[in-house]
Design a protein around this ligand. Structure first.
Ligand code: KG4
Ligand code: ZN
Length: 353
């Protein structure tokens, strides 16, 4: 089966062509046009700019994707498009584009939940899989623990009450003067931290780590970083620290200090994520843990969670938004369900699993 999938839920315009056969996949093309440069000056995604860029990029990305896959549209068996969750103006651009193509090419079109795509991103690599499983989904918009009882059977057992993990990374990066998107920048900085460089200890809270539920909260952690920066500026840790170190160009604080803050912040997020995931995995007696979403690109999170459980990881290139993962999810959906009337597909920014 050849599947063409379209993903425009946030700020990446992505189209992939996937060949699927008996749960084995071959990616014929996977094109992602990132809008990072457009949104970076605003420090976050601007919905109307995203919509404008998607409209401009979709035909170009489609052309590239078909050319790289070396495929005639006639050979496509199924089309898929992300219908939510995400930014509705962005989602609609992909849906409208997909509907027009499906009509023109006379193809069935299936709507896919973006989060289901992140879960299925691990299947681009993994062959074996056992239920029940627990997925930790961590992205710019979501932080969720999802119990997967069987194929396509989900129960969200916990989620963030405020900021998503990726959002917290992005906001803390902004406070530290690091560029958008902040997750990879904070991770890079954290890698530079060497314990011997630190002349004092920084400790940030691990919010809700001991709460009995499986919910998360990262806004307090972000505020704790804000207060820490205020204290540093006020010289609470000694003015020597700021005046003696070599400053990175454009940063308010010396880079070893930024590295230390990043390392502690990253570890605080990881500690909470791992603690809740492992507890949930034990309670629900799961056989596998899946990590998905943009924050799953974080090497420390991958390593530390992998040390504690039987973990399935997507390849780093499939952690952030892409259409290959949407195509895989579409394959599993199409195996189990009849493809509905595509004319009725609608964007739902708050779609849940
Ligand atoms: O899944 P994704 O591409 O988009 C959403 O569906 O939100 O996730 C993007 C998020 C951003 O917040 C970004 O900062 C974060 O993933 N991210 C990371 C890393 N790479 C991307 N966070 C921490 N460490 C990383 N290495
Ligand atoms: Zn995503």
């Amino acid at each position: 089966m050849i599947i063409l999938a379209i993903e425009t839920s946030c700020d990446e315009t992505a189209i992939a062509v996937l060949k699927a056969n008996k749960k084995k996949f071959e990616i014929l093309s996977n094109i992602v046009a990132s809008q990072i440069k457009i949104h970076a000056p605003w420090g976050g995604v601007v919905p109307n700019l995203a919509k404008r860029e998607h409209i401009k990029n979709l035909p170009i990305v489609l052309k590239k994707s078909l050319a790289q896959a070396k495929i005639n549209p006639k050979k496509i068996d199924l089309m898929a498009v992300t219908v939510g969750p995400g930014l509705e103006p962005s989602l609609w651009t992909g849906i409208n584009f997909a509907k027009e193509l499906a009509k023109k090419w006379h193809k069935p079109l299936i709507g896919i939940n973006h989060l289901e795509g992140h879960i299925f991103s691990v299947f681009l690599k993994e062959k074996s899989f056992k239920f029940p499983a627990m997925a930790l989904l961590v992205s710019g918009g979501h932080t969720e623990l999802v119990l997967i009882k069987d194929w396509l059977k989900y129960k969200v057992i916990g989620q963030t009450r405020d900021d998503a993990a990726g959002e917290a990374f992005d906001k803390v990066a902004k406070m530290l003067g690091l560029p958008y998107p902040g997750g990879p920048e904070v991770a890079k900085m954290a890698e530079r931290f060497k314990f011997q460089d630190s002349s004092f200890k920084i400790s940030l809270p691990r919010p809700m780590i001991n709460s009995k539920d499986y919910d998360f909260s990262f806004s307090g952690l972000k505020t704790a970083v804000l207060y820490l920066l205020k204290d540093l500026r006020a010289g609470k840790f000694g003015s020597r620290i700021i005046s003696l170190d070599v400053r990175d160009k454009g940063n308010q604080f010396p880079s070893p200090l930024i590295a230390q803050i990043c390392a502690e912040f990253q570890q605080a997020v990881i500690d909470v994520l791992i603690s809740k995931t492992i507890r949930a995995a034990k309670e629900y007696k799961v056989k596998t843990v899946i990590l998905g979403g943009g924050v799953a690109a974080n090497k420390e999170l991958r390593k530390q969670l992998g040390n504690k459980t039987n973990l399935l990881l997507p390849e780093i290139k499939f952690t952030t938004d892409n259409a290959a993962m949407i195509a895989v999810a579409a394959y599993f959906r199409a195996l189990k369900e009849k493809v509905k009337n595509s004319k009725k597909l609608e964007a739902n920014g708050n779609l849940t699993l």
